[in-house]
Design a protein around this ligand. Structure first.
Ligand SMILES: O=C(O)c1ccccc1N[C@@H]1O[C@H](COP(=O)(O)O)[C@@H](O)[C@H]1O
Length: 235
């Protein structure tokens, strides 16, 4: 068995992620996602994918959130939000989605307003030991959250942490997710991060909770969820 989605979902996490990146050992290549308990949001993870590809997966799997893990531009994020909003209203009005043709990413005009979309966009930035936060400004109107991961050899899933001290200079009020190599050994540091004033709203875990790529260790995940539900309890 490559994935144990249903067993992980039974633990009732807030989010469950599915990676669509052929070079990843976790690439999700099944035609369906098992039906999930209410309250779990589905996250589609993409790396420099075409807009057509992302929208096709949104239609197929009904993602709540799109996590963009590549070098996607602010224009790409803006267009993705717009196209998602169009898909949502088209399927609401016609009960069917429009055909997807070749989609180009136009340049943003300075007066253009962000379009609300029911599918959230999280833009990922990878950090080693320094980060130029000024790059975030151009994305702010078009994304719902940032996600900070560790810069490594792979696009994601590198399995080690970055220097979280860097985030002390986070200049924005936009909520962010902390990611990159988080395992049970990092929970004390996570606890300290949660005590800061930073708008950290979720912790993203991946390879440190696996027995093999894609196959999560549910007993370790239970310990993690127990920690978040009662941070003062022992690990
Ligand atoms: O896990 C992958 O293989 C992967 C490939 C391409 C993009 C993202 C990927 N995973 C994401 O990477 C982070 C951190 O993972 P880890 O804890 O360091 O293993 C997480 O957001 C995963 O969804």
């Amino acid at each position: 068995m490559k994935y144990n989605t249903a067993a992980v979902a039974a633990l009732q996490p807030d989010y469950l992620g599915f990676i669509f990146y052929e070079k990843s050992p976790r690439n999700y290549d099944l035609e369906e996602i098992p039906s999930l308990p209410l309250g779990i949001k589905k996250v589609g993870v993409f790396v420099n994918a075409s807009l057509d590809f992302v929208l096709e997966k949104v239609q197929q799997f009904g993602f709540d959130i799109l996590q963009l893990h590549g070098n996607e531009s602010p224009e790409y994020c803006s267009e993705l939000r717009k196209l998602n909003a169009e898909l949502v209203s088209a399927s609401y009005l016609d009960n069917e989605a429009p055909a997807l043709s070749e989609i180009e990413v136009p340049a943003l005009s300075p007066v253009e307003q962000p379009v609300p979309s029911s599918v959230e966009v999280w833009k990922v930035f990878s950090i080693k030991d320094a980060f130029d936060f000024s790059v975030l400004g151009a994305y702010e109107p078009y994304v719902d959250a940032f996600l900070f991961d560790t810069k490594g050899k792979e696009k994601g899933g590198n399995g080690y942490t970055f220097d979280w001290e860097v985030l002390k200079d986070y200049p924005s009020k936009k909520p962010f997710v902390l990611s990159g190599g988080i395992g049970l050994d990092e929970l004390d540091s996570v606890k300290n991060m949660l005590k800061t004033d930073l708008p950290l709203f979720a912790i993203d875990v991946n390879s440190k909770f696996e027995d093999q790529p894609g196959l999560k260790n549910t007993s370790d995940l239970e310990k993690l969820l127990c920690f978040f539900r009662n941070p003062d309890s022992a690990k």
